[in-house]
Write a protein that binds this ligand. Structure first.
Ligand SMILES: NC(=O)c1ccc[n+]([C@@H]2O[C@H](COP(=O)([O-])OP(=O)(O)OC[C@H]3O[C@@H](n4cnc5c(N)ncnc54)[C@H](O)[C@@H]3O)[C@@H](O)[C@H]2O)c1
Length: 462
């Protein structure tokens, strides 16, 4: 075995000289910005993906994610600072390997760690002494040490789990065991499309399998991120990420439930939130909507729920929040049915246009989008459904849905053609006054029409 300090010192030398090569596995919404960030900071980066389309597009300097500028990719590809490959044997050339693969739920809503397992299996034959492997995918506490590490150690190299002390900045190395390779967990906190915070401005939380690993990961990330925070274990880092997303999930459920109460009481929930958020302390605003979407908030809390069962511990807040949030699409459809009923119309046979497929505004990601569930419910009730979304010219086949539809053009004539228009995603490019002017009925799930004056009789805010 290589002595711990020698191993770490050699890693440090390569990182500080920027001669270290950084491998990023999984070049999606999270992995691609991360790869670009390390390239921006002077490292040679190699992206690995099993999707040949992504690899080819990157190698051609093209972007397949709308909010990631092509020019940035092209510049790094030209300078050879960024490469992409599906050849995993090249992992042996890397000094650090960062894993950003999906962590979805399976058909039984249980954690599907197959992508993490497959990735660890593809690293193992190529794992080298002194390499740092970091899992960034969101997952339940225990995954790095219970799932990833045993697979990597099948290589014959060891990375013993050992506790260490940290004040967040400094890691104590005293009791570190000898380790052949380094392993850590550092949660990805990317918020796709967020123009206020860039990837490098969001502090990087790090938990090492042992103190050398924690220190190596801190050395690496501090080259690209403004702030790092080292916690005392991979479990604490895994739990921190789940807490962030559970906090959002539970608070969104709270405002969704209060929205239903406010509607009965004739109070505008949006006005209430605007008023409450003027308190300069102790209140963070969350907003109601048509339900949860995306790869994180509807999914991650259930990773914890699953793990908690091992400890015979019921996660009641999470279950309740899930129940409330997932009932929101039904609420939207019921509100539309009630509004049509007042006009002596029914959903069955009505023509409905859904505006916005993305799970949130101004991005091209439809994973778990409540728009899809709303469309499904409308179809089940006999409505003829079409959609518009500038980010989705056609609706690709998804795991659960296959509508086979194309985005309809948004003109005064088309808008007037539908019995109802649902604003499911409040993209900035939509002209809301024009939508209200030309549509016969607008069901607004995002308060997107708040500034529209007149035509109140046409708008249902729900
Ligand atoms: N999207 C977000 O907003 C966000 C934010 C924070 C954290 N996360 C977490 O980050 C992780 C990745 O999410 P994402 O949104 O980037 O997913 P994504 O689906 O956009 O990208 C994942 C990529 O991994 C590739 N991949 C799958 N299996 C692979 C394998 N065995 N080897 C190599 N590549 C493989 C896929 O082809 C895909 O390109 C998830 O755990 C997610 O929960 C996502």
């Amino acid at each position: 075995m290589v002595a711990k300090n020698e191993l770490l010192a050699s890693f440090q030398t390569r990182i500080e000289a920027k001669s270290a090569q950084v491998g990023v596995i999984g070049l999606g919404y999270v992995g691609l910005p991360l790869a670009l960030l390390f390239a921006d900071n002077g490292f040679a980066v190699c992206g690995f993906d099993v999707d040949p389309h992504k690899v080819t597009e990157l190698e051609r300097g093209k972007s397949y994610i709308k909010h990631i500028p092509e020019t940035l990719i092209a510049t790094h590809i030209r300078s050879k600072r960024l490469r992409a490959t599906a050849d995993f044997s090249r992992l042996r050339e890397m000094d650090a390997i960062l894993i950003c693969v999906p962590t979805p739920l399976d058909a039984h809503r249980e954690p599907d760690l197959s992508f993490v397992r497959d990735t660890a299996e593809s690293i193992t034959p190529h794992l080298q002494r002194g390499q740092l492997v970091v899992l960034e995918s969101t997952t339940y506490p225990g995954t790095t040490e219970e799932v990833m590490l045993p697979i990597l150690e099948k290589s014959g190299l060891r990375c013993p789990v050992n506790s260490y002390a940290t004040d967040g900045h400094q890691v104590t190395l005293d009791a570190d065991p000898e380790t052949d390779f380094l392993a850590a967990f550092s949660p990805e906190r990317e918020d796709p499309g967020n123009k206020q915070f860039k990837t490098h401005q969001v502090p990087k939380v790090i938990g090492g399998v042992n103190s050398s690993s924690a220190q190596a990961a801190q050395l690496l990330y501090s080259q690209a991120f403004e702030k790092t925070l080292v916690v005392s274990s991979t479990r604490a880092a895994e739990m921190a990420k789940i807490l962030e997303n559970t906090y959002r999930c539970v608070n969104i459920a709270l405002v969704n439930e209060l929205k239903l109460l406010c509607m009965r009481m004739g109070i505008d929930i949006w006005e209430v939130i605007e008023a409450a958020k003027t308190k300069p302390f102790g209140f963070t605003p969350f907003y109601p909507g048509p339900g949860l979407g995306g790869h994180c908030i509807p999914i991650d809390p259930f990773y914890l729920t699953w793990k908690a069962r091992e400890y015979e511990f019921p996660t009641r807040f999470i279950e309740l929040a899930g129940e409330i949030n997932s009932s929101m699409p039904e609420h939207v459809v019921a509100s539309m049915a009630a509004a049509l009923n007042l006009r002596k119309q029914c959903l069955h046979g009505s023509r409905v246009l859904v505006l916005g497929i993305a799970y949130k505004k101004d991005i091209d990601d439809a994973r778990e989008s409540p728009s899809l569930r709303i469309m499904e419910l409308l179809q089940e009730r006999g409505a003829q459904v079409e959609y518009n979304d500038p980010y989705f010219p056609h609706l690709p086949k998804m795991r659960k849905y296959d509508f086979g539809l194309r985005s309809v053009e948004l003109t005064p004539e088309t808008l007037a053609n539908y019995d109802a228009v649902v604003i499911a995603t409040d993209h900035s490019s939509y002209d809301y006054p024009a939508i209200v002017r030309h549509a016969r009925l607008v069901v607004d799930t995002r308060n997107a029409t708040r500034a529209v004056r007149g035509h109140d009789e046409k708008i249902v805010r729900c």
